[in-house]
Ligand binder design. Sequence first.
Ligand SMILES: Cc1cc2nc3c(=O)[nH]c(=O)nc-3n(C[C@H](O)[C@H](O)[C@H](O)COP(=O)(O)OP(=O)(O)OC[C@H]3O[C@@H](n4cnc5c(N)ncnc54)[C@H](O)[C@@H]3O)c2cc1C
Length: 301
Amino acid sequence: MRVIVVGAGVVGLTCAVRLLEAGHRVDVVARDLPLETTSAVAAAIWYPYRALPHDKVTAWATTSYAVFDALADTDPESGVRMVVGTEVFVKAQADPWWASAVPGLDRETSLPEGYVDGWTFATPVVDMPEYLPWLAGRAAALGGTLTRMNLRALPEGADLVVNCSGLGARLLGSDRSVVPIRGQVVYVEQFGLDRWSLDAEGPTYVVPRSRDIVVGGTDEEGEWSRTPDPDVAREILVRGARLVPELRRARVLRHKVGLRPVRPAVRLKREGDVIHCYGHGGSGVTLSWGVAEEVVALAGG
Ligand SMILES: Cc1cc2nc3c(=O)[nH]c(=O)nc-3n(C[C@H](O)[C@H](O)[C@H](O)COP(=O)(O)OP(=O)(O)OC[C@H]3O[C@@H](n4cnc5c(N)ncnc54)[C@H](O)[C@@H]3O)c2cc1C
């Protein structure tokens, strides 16, 4: 089949790779090229966050975990690494709803001051500025194309269109239930940090990558501004330093904002010759391989 994938974020590119591997001819069209998308701003840690419904999210996330784990082993140039870290809490917690998606989750007893509970686990950390070009290269090597195009409606003329337009689905899916949740992050120099830390309050996270460290974040529903706010950046660093005190002395490299495409539930559904696949909220990277496999199944032979 000739398939047009709309969107060159992590979801569109991953769907393109899996569709090409299944033997389809795939052309990706997108207004923003991979490094200009929301996906490029993601921290990006495997962690189910702001995406529903829980049962499907857990299943998609389980698939992605396994694929990323294998990539970390076999393809270091993909920018994927398995990193151990801890999520901390100010109150005692039950296991998370997605616990079955990770092979091991340990209660943590050595916690930063002010926290009473936590769990430690190994999870994929995906260095998006490396990973997105790697994914695009993998699609190109399989014969896929990528073209910049700002669409006013879903394209015609293909056997199948896969709509991975994220927040753009407000227009391309006539779907006003997709809304932005603004996330601001600060990048600081890498000073030897090799563990991630997360506190759902804020949310606050510190994610080490090979060349820098991503410190976040914010979670502002309905906010469209992509301009980093310097006061918010300062406050993010104060929160981050409660988890990793060395951040107080780290040199700030740059600031970024991304708009998470949140929906009451991820839309993954075939309607005639269109498969909609958007609304992955704060989990687009985490769900990417799982949803791509479902898209291939919906595409059929
Ligand atoms: C600060 C921050 C931190 C995050 N951290 C994580 C994390 O740690 N882990 C995780 O799993 N997720 C994380 N996320 C969420 C993740 O970034 C998103 O869920 C993911 O990027 C969504 O991917 P997508 O491909 O659906 O959308 P996008 O990356 O937004 O891509 C959409 C594509 O559709 C195209 N498009 C839209 N409209 C049109 C149009 N009219 N015509 C043509 N093309 C169009 C765009 O140009 C773009 O190419 C984070 C997000 C933010 C903002």
